[in-house]
Design a binder for this molecule. Structure first.
Ligand code: NAX
Length: 329
């Protein structure tokens, strides 16, 4: 008989009946974030539209049919205030897609309102130690809005998902070196989750000691790696007819897993405290270490002038997005 006291965590997922939701829920309940011995109270949230709530109910039936031993309790919500009650780990996936004729600034406004409401609900209802990862686009600015709308929570509770860009970069480099992602370390992605994001291999290694600067041709990094990662989402839509879903879900699992269980050198979108000249509160991709359920930005890296100027462009885009939604805050 086990003598270990069973642990239960409370997890909320928005956009739960969407395509990323469908790809992530089964993996969360399979123990891929919190481990095989941690039970889960799962709170699923989607919008208050009959068709969507019906679809959410259908997903819930399937989750039940998996007979996951880790599923302790499952509840369905249309109101984030109930869906975020006491939540400790929160995947904010739900967002409006860009509609016909909608400009980027209209999307920012529409989604900004969603993330403001959710930030307020988190502020009122979530556990004080809640960990939030925003997946819904524009992810960095949505995370910023939620963070600024939750003044009673620490800013360190909020993050945006840059891990899909990170994983895409890792895969491209591993393929180029005819190697495996396990043999790579210290790669990161700076800036916004948008085509302006900046892949950085300058501190990277193969097998812990062979510097990627010496192994990879500069021209390949600039002319192939960076644009391939930047345009990968568009390439998937073009091929699959739908946007990335399972890979996005996988990246969200990796993001929360590493935040909870610890890691060295990965990429997370986290609020700047002024590191590397990035203005305070901008949620940018940074290289981070995670330990004891906290992540910290890796300090004192040398950033060459070319990288610095590319990062500056991506940060300027984030500042522009903030300017666009400042009326909401
Ligand atoms: P879907 O359109 O399949 O699903 C979105 C779901 O969110 C729908 O069920 C919708 O009803 C729900 N929703 C909308 N507003 C909501 C609200 N206020 N509260 C709760 N639920 C709400 O989109 P899907 O493919 O799942 O993508 C979800 C989001 O992830 C999109 O914004 C997408 O752009 C973004 N992505 C972000 C990525 C990243 O790396 N950060 C990569 C993948 C993805 O493109």
């Amino acid at each position: 008989m086990s003598t270990t006291k069973e642990k239960t965590v409370k997890v909320s997922v928005t956009g739960a009946s969407g395509q990323i939701g469908y790809a992530i829920l089964f993996r969360i309940l399979n123990g891929e974030v919190f481990g095989k011995h941690v039970k889960i109270d799962l709170q699923l949230i989607d919008i208050n539209v009959d068709k969507v709530q019906k679809a959410l109910h259908g997903v819930a039936l399937e989750l039940e049919d998996c007979a996951f031993p880790l599923l302790n309790n499952l509840t369905l919500h249309s109101d984030p205030h109930t869906g975020f009650t006491d939540t400790e780990y929160c995947f904010l996936i739900g967002a409006k897609p860009r509609g016909p004729g909608m400009e980027r600034k209209d999307l920012l406004q529409a989604n900004g309102q969603i993330f403001k409401t959710q930030g307020v609900a988190l502020n009122e209802k979530a556990s004080r130690k809640v960990k939030v990862v925003v997946v819904g686009n524009p992810a960095n600015t949505n995370a910023y809005i939620a963070m600024m709308s939750a003044p009673d929570l620490s800013k360190d509770n909020f993050s945006a998902m840059m891990r899909l860009d990170h994983n895409r970069a890792m895969n491209q480099v591993a393929n180029k070196l005819d190697s495996n992602v396990n043999r790579l370390s210290n790669i990161c992605v700076w800036g916004n989750h948008s085509p302006t994001m900046v892949v950085d291999i300058t501190n990277g290694f193969l097998d812990g000691s062979n510097n990627l600067n010496d192994l990879l041709d500069k021209e390949w990094v600039a002319q192939t790696l960076q644009p391939t990662v930047a345009k990968r989402g568009a390439e998937i839509i073009e091929q699959r007819g739908l946007s990335s879903a399972a890979s996005a879900a996988s990246a969200a699992i990796d993001h929360m897993h590493d935040w909870v269980n610890g890691t060295t050198w990965t990429t997370m979108g986290v609020p700047s405290k002024g590191e590397y000249g990035i203005p305070e509160n901008i949620i940018s991709g940074f290289p981070v270490n995670c330990k004891d359920e906290r992540c910290s930005i890796i300090q004192n890296l040398d950033i060459n002038d070319v990288l610095q100027s590319k990062i500056g462009i991506s940060i300027a885009e984030l500042q522009d997005e903030q300017e666009n939604i400042k009326g909401l805050l």
